[in-house]
Design a protein around this ligand. Structure first.
Ligand SMILES: [Zn+2]
Ligand SMILES: [Zn+2]
Length: 473
């Protein structure tokens, strides 16, 4: 069934491992030991499983009936504190039990005691029985065999196919639960994504968040079952990759954001945006610069004069809604300062500034250096610290601003003026003070000075030609 979906040359389903799934099925079920008499001081969030202040020994006796039996007792030494007593492995385990609207003994929070015990028994059972297996499950990941990285290396991939096809476990993967197709979604998407030759492959880290999966789920890194009732693993908020928490540390930085998850354009991480839209630079930057240059660069105070803020907000909404289809033509926005304002706002709204916090000190060092050769060298080093998509965008912006300064006679905007406008927009110092602001201005000014000055071979093309290191996957 599920197999026919992938019956193409492009993709073969990975082999899902069922061992941990079977263990979860075998785990003891919760068995509530109820108290037959009325107990005083029963907190209203506990039910009949609450036995009041009984001793450890009494609890032990009550629980000895079967694996998975549980009850709650109040501490005799510390009234007001509660213990969950649970029978597992032929002995009674005691857990300090908390309630703050939800029930918990550790990190995970549960709606009901029954859920907490169910999850606890699964976890105890699997982590006892399969401790060694779990410790080793990240060693031979399936991840390398299924991603688009492998698809780009076709011969090696084809070599793997027969082994994948003939394995016994495959029958399990199409499984009795009927969820196999669904759980493959993010993998299928990854595997079938076509790489565009024109677009550089920027590296991007996944954005993992603890996640509760509904229904059985398998880790897309190690191919093992993700056990437990809630918070069974983590999910990438940008591309939807599902993995164990422990596997998330092994996954390479090859996140391919899905437009389904990346909904905004403004206020979205720059690398995430370009990867989601498969573009070299944020479309806002390309489209605004194209629009501004097509209207000529002679407008007085270009970038310094503010546009009407309601209309700038309108452009932002158009980009968030329509992406590259946003209409920013002269028919829509007659005033060029609306477009320059929208571009500046884009940079200001970035969660990580174009000149990142990491690279910031190096750029400042560079701006402070007096010796031109040394300055250029430091600038090289600073650029290398930028993520490639940031570097590429900075290069493109600087080349544009350089062209703006070539019309200085008309627009009255020189490198220093542009530095004043763009300094605080492109970078944010960890400590906001007047000195820092002054340095920011100097950085932009310096970058412009070094921006491909014709006739100066040493400076030629430093930014326009790009020093952006091609950190390929
Ligand atoms: Zn991701
Ligand atoms: Zn895993």
């Amino acid at each position: 069934m599920a197999l026919t979906l992938f019956d193409t040359d492009e993709y073969r389903p990975p082999v899902w491992k069922s061992y941990l799934y079977q263990l979860q099925q075998e785990a003891p079920h919760p068995r509530r030991i109820t108290c037959t008499c009325e107990v005083e001081n029963r907190p209203k969030y506990y039910g009949r499983e609450f036995h009041g202040m009984i001793s450890r020994e009494t609890a032990d006796q009550l629980l000895s009936v079967a694996e998975g039996s549980y009850l709650i007792r109040e501490s005799q030494r510390q009234p007001g504190t509660y213990t969950l007593a649970l029978r597992f492995g032929n002995q009674t385990r005691n857990f300090r039990l908390y309630h703050d609207g939800k029930h918990f003994v550790g990190e995970k929070r549960f709606e009901s005691i029954h859920d907490l015990v169910t999850d606890g028994l699964i976890t105890l059972y699997i982590e006892t029985k399969a401790a060694e297996y779990i410790a080793k499950m990240t060693i031979n990941p399936i991840y390398e065999h299924i991603g688009y990285t492998t698809l780009n290396r076709e011969p090696a991939y084809k070599k793997h196919m027969p082994t994948l096809r003939d394995t016994q476990d495959e029958r399990d993967s199409t499984g009795e639960d009927g969820v196999s197709e669904k759980r493959l979604t993010s993998l299928v998407r990854r595997a079938t994504l076509k790489e565009n030759e024109q677009i550089p492959k920027y590296e991007k880290v996944h954005n993992f968040k603890v996640h509760t999966f509904r229904g059985p789920h398998w880790c897309e890194y190690c191919a093992n079952f993700m056990w437990g009732l809630i918070a069974q693993g983590v999910k990438c908020a940008d591309c939807g990759l599902n993995v164990h928490k422990q596997c998330s540390k092994m996954v390479p930085n090859d996140c391919k954001p899905d437009l389904k998850h990346v909904k905004k354009v403004y206020s979205c991480d720059l690398t995430t945006l370009v990867k989601a839209h498969i573009t070299k630079r944020p479309m806002v930057v390309d489209m605004c610069i194209r629009e501004i240059e097509s209207r000529g660069l002679n407008s007085e105070g270009l970038y310094r004069v503010s546009g009407f803020s309601d209309l700038i907000e309108d452009v932002k909404m158009a980009f968030d809604r329509d992406g590259e289809k946003a209409d920013i033509s002269v028919n829509m926005y007659e005033d060029i300062n609306i477009i320059t304002g929208a571009l500046k706002l884009y940079f200001r709204d970035l969660p990580i500034p174009l000149i990142t916090y990491d690279a910031y000190p190096k750029f400042i060092d560079s701006a402070k250096t007096m010796d031109p050769d040394e300055q250029l060298e430091t600038l090289h080093e600073a650029l290398k610290l930028l993520p490639p998509a940031h570097c590429e965008t900075l290069r493109y912006l600087m080349a544009h601003l350089k062209r703006v300064t070539l019309h200085e006679k008309e627009n009255l905007m020189n490198a220093e003026n542009l530095g004043i406008v763009f300094g605080p927009t492109l970078m944010r110092s960890p400590e906001q003070d007047a000195m820092a602001a002054l340095n920011d201005i100097r950085v932009v000014e310096m970058a412009l000075v070094h921006s491909g000055q014709a006739g100066s071979p040493r400076m030629l093309g430093i930014l326009p030609m790009g020093l952006c290191p091609p950190r390929l996957l």
